[in-house]
Design a protein around this ligand. Structure first.
Ligand code: GDP
Ligand code: MG
Length: 175
């Protein structure tokens, strides 16, 4: 809960990335601490809220997950409208999803708010033995496009809280 004198930031956060990269799983891990091996890909146009308290601010996330529309490789402008933060996700075990993540970034740059906090996320870090995308390649693309980079696993929970804390910190700094 908010501390006295602490500012409150309400921030819409959207997720982008190909189907199957783990967007819904990342959100469920962060919001509910759960993971499902057979995550249903098209359950609802899900909306979640989560609060993170930092020393400098309390961030209330309104998280919009897709309902599978990413299948068509674009999302409605309404999805991005007013978003303060975006998480672009690929799967380290699939080069295709990395190539397409770069296109998702371009779509976001066309449609989104230019001051958005952007996180470029390499998910399924637990599948390192099947890795097709090197850490450095993700890091470099993120840097070139003004995003921060993180490798995560929704399955093991590695770096999930770190990801959302980093976004919250950057939002607090921008306010
Ligand atoms: P979305 O289509 O981007 O929302 O992806 P989902 O969250 O539905 O996940 C697609 C599949 O990948 C599901 O079978 C998940 O269980 C699996 N998955 C998601 N995150 C991870 C992860 O970090 N590691 C592994 N091994 N599987 C994951
Ligand atoms: Mg999903």
């Amino acid at each position: 809960m908010a501390r006295p004198g602490n500012k409150i930031i309400q921030a819409k956060l959207v997720l982008l990335g190909d189907m199957g990269t783990g967007k819904t799983s990342l959100v469920l891990r962060f919001v509910k601490g759960q993971f499902f091996d057979h995550q249903e890909p098209t359950i609802g146009a899900a909306f979640f809220t989560q609060i993170l308290s930092l020393t400098e601010a309390t961030v209330k996330f309104d998280i919009w997950d897709t309902a599978g529309q990413e299948r068509y490789h674009s999302l409605a402008p309404m999805y991005y409208r007013g978003a303060a933060a975006a998480v672009i996700v690929y799967d380290i075990s699939s080069m295709d999803t990395f190539v397409r993540a770069k296109r998702w970034v371009q779509e976001l740059q066309r449609q989104g708010n230019p001051n958005m906090v952007m996180a470029f996320v390499a998910n399924k870090l637990d599948l390192d033995s099947k890795r097709e995308v090197q850490n450095e390649d993700g890091e470099q693309f993120a840097q070139e496009n003004g995003m921060f980079f993180m490798e995560t696993s929704a399955k093991t929970a590695q770096n999930i809280n770190e990801l959302f804390y980093e976004i919250a910190k950057r939002l607090a700094r921008a306010h």
